[in-house]
Write a new protein. Sequence first.
Length: 294
Amino acid sequence: MAIYRTVAMAFWTDSKVVDDFTPEDKFFYLYLFTNPHTNLAGCYEISIKQAVMETGYSKDTVENLISRFERVHDVLRYSAKTKEILLLKWFKYNWTASEKFRKPLLVELKAIKEPSFKEYLMAIYNGDEDVRYGIDTKCIGTNCSGTSVTVTVTDTDTVTVSDTVSDTVTDTVRKQRKSTSNKLDTKVKDISREVVEYLNSVAGTKYEPDSKATVCKIKKRVDEGRTVDDFKKVIDNKAAEWLGDPKMRGYLRPNTLFCDEHFEEYLNQGCAAAAVFQNSKKLQGTVFDEWRNA
């Protein structure tokens, strides 16, 4: 069992935290990430009474904070039935691709009692990007009826929630949004096709450029401002390092190269072998083929 939890310094400069979190929110969020009940999965059992004792807050305050984090900030889900908290962004900062990590993680995932929490995390564990990037998180552990939720928040911790049917978006706006979305989807698919075809040519692989998981990963990076050249540089950097190593060659795959945790690191990696690799590629002959097939 871990006795330390690491909190990234970026927590204090995150726009959501700076703009939306009260001082009370910040303290409680740090508590949720570092309390002694946390585990590898980011889904752990904790009662309201335990949170009251450990934070010093009243029962009403803890319940209101959990409600705000669930309905306003959209960063957690809580099951009163199983007394489990699911931190939606935990995996982003704490999960790794290491098999030494994934084996005990799987044990913890299987032990989750709330079915919707388990389903959500298992989907992420298995690489389902639709879930990872929030498409289904609104309905986790709740009874989604299709109505919108109107939330009123004061400067204190009081949260008032009422169900109303949302008619504020007109058909015209919906059509405009759909048109824009279609154009963006086409752009991302074109980028995905070029990037994956490049990966296949470099690594001798046969990944499908239209794979939903791959397209979602590439879309996330494109949304961050990454270009086709950035993707190709990542491929070249890691190919130079891994292509000649039978143990590492299998990691030349979209799921590893374009993931949240490592893309920036791979992009900025100062690898002298990458320059040699680029020169070898230009030969498009014996040298490059021997390197790739070693």
